[in-house]
Structure formats: structure tokens, C-alpha cells
Design a protein around this ligand. Structure first.
Ligand code: CA
Length: 257
């Protein structure tokens, strides 16, 4: 399967998997956040656009630099997801124009290249954060929420940690505790728990979890979900009332003990 085809199929799965997500997107002045996705891989742009729309953001997508600059001038975005490699210009060039049009926008770069030089060049050119492709959707959303939170665009009530029962997650500090006892998690365990905590009392299927927590170039074996759920249980539920429950034949649910 070609990478583009794999991305497209992932995009479809992700979209179906995300229909349950509906965070409160309201900002201080209560209008929805405006997001601009600049990505020339059509299917990836499409799924990113729909995912951010489901997140409650007023989302537009552009497939090249010129269209992005035009849209940003007509409708200055709060948040921009910007691919580094575009057909008509580089992401860095787009960024300079965007900064002129909307100096306050939070910009997250998507780069296919995992080189230090690209990251340094991107950040010095004014990007606020970057993510290397392939990435997990949950990671992208978390980064964007983090940027928005730090920018002060959201209502103060949204700046709190994630809390489910006696389980608390500070997404910024990447700290988790239960009854004030710190819990050490690996990166993947943390992303899995974050997705569960963002959807408390909601049954999540293995494929929904796979789409959101694992990168889209991951093979897609649902057994890895079972494995990581077992790791999480050992850390979160051991010697305590269980919070992570199996719903036979469906998936998993996290709820207060
Ligand atoms: Ca590209």
C-alpha cells in the first residue's frame, strides 16, 4: 500500500472513530476558535479538518500556500496546522505571510522529516510547535489544545487538569496521580490514558483507540490495545478499586471507582 493510500484509509477510519468527540471549544469571548489546516495530502487535510470541526472549532482547509495566505487574510485563524512541504511554496514561506496577517495565531508545523535542522529552522521562523509525520491524532489534538491553552484563548475553566474520580492528569506537565500518589507512565500509556480520560464513562472500541492513540503508519493490530490496557491497569488500578473496565465484545470504559 502506498503511503498516500495508507493515509487516506487511516483518514476514513479516524473520521468514523471520532464522532464521539465533542469538547467545549468556547474561548473567552465565547465564539468558536478558528482553525486553518494547510496540507496538500487531500485525505489527510480532509480528516484533520473534520476532526477539528468535531472538536468544535471553526475549521477551514487549504491545500497550498497561496490559498492558505488568502484564507488567513480573509479570516484570521487562531490556530494553524501547517505542512512544511507544499506544492507552491514551503511552509516556512507561508508562515512568514501568516505571521504578517495574524500575528497572534498559534502555529503547529507538520514535518515529514525528522531532522533537528528542520525543527530549529521552523521554530526560529515563528512556529510554536511541530509534529513529525506520522503522528497519532490524539497527539496532534493535545498539542493544539496545549498551544491554545498557553495562548490564553480559552475560558479559565478549560485550563484545569483532566479529572476522573480520584485520577488526575496534568497534560502540560505530563503528570498523573491517583489519590495524590504519582503514577509513572510511558509515552504510549500516557496517550492511551489521556484518550480514556477525555471520554469518561464512554465505551471506546479497540479500533477507535487504535486510530487515536497509535500513529497512522502503525500496522493496526488491536492486540496492542489489549496489551497497553493491561499495562495501564497495573499502574492505575493495582490494589485500588478498578476504574478501567472491559465491555465484552465492545471495548473499554474508564469511570470513577
Ligand atoms: Ca506536503
Amino acid at each position: 500500500m502506498t503511503p498516500a493510500r495508507a493515509n487516506a484509509e487511516h483518514a476514513q477510519r479516524c473520521f468514523r472513530g471520532n464522532t464521539e468527540v465533542a469538547a467545549d471549544p468556547g474561548r473567552v469571548n465565547r465564539s468558536p476558535l478558528r482553525a486553518l489546516v494547510v496540507e496538500d495530502e487531500v485525505d489527510l487535510a480532509d480528516v484533520l479538518g473534520r476532526m477539528l470541526t468535531l472538536e468544535g472549532w471553526d475549521t477551514r482547509t487549504a491545500q497550498n500556500g497561496n490559498a492558505a495566505i488568502r484564507m488567513a487574510k480573509a479570516n484570521p485563524p487562531d490556530v494553524v496546522v501547517l505542512d512544511v512541504m507544499l506544492p507552491d511554496m514551503t511552509g516556512l514561506q507561508v508562515l512568514r505571510h501568516l505571521r504578517a496577517a495574524s500575528p497572534g495565531a498559534c502555529v503547529l508545523f507538520l514535518t515529514a522529516r525528522d531532522s533537528v535542522e528542520d525543527r530549529v529552522a521552523g521554530i526560529t521562523a515563528g512556529a510554536d510547535d511541530y509534529l513529525t509525520k506520522p503522528f497519532a491524532m490524539e497527539e496532534l489534538l493535545a498539542r493544539l489544545r496545549g498551544l491554545v491553552r498557553r495562548s490564553g484563548l480559552l475560558k479559565p475553566s478549560e485550563q484545569n487538569a483532566l479529572v476522573v474520580g480520584d485520577l488526575v492528569m496534568d497534560e502540560e506537565a505530563r503528570e498523573v496521580s491517583r489519590r495524590d500518589v504519582p503514577i509513572d507512565l510511558t509515552v504510549t500509556e500516557f496517550e492511551l490514558l489521556r484518550f480514556l480520560m477525555r471520554n469518561p464513562r464512554r465505551v471506546l472500541s479497540k479500533s477507535q483507540i487504535l486510530d487515536r492513540v497509535w500513529s497512522y503508519d502503525f500496522g493496526g493490530d488491536a492486540h496492542v490495545v489489549e496489551l497497553y490496557i493491561s499495562y495501564l491497569r497495573r499502574k492505575v488500578d493495582r490494589d485500588r478499586s478498578p476504574m478501567i473496565h472491559t465491555v465484552r465484545g465492545v471495548g473499554y470504559v474508564l469511570k470513577p471507582a
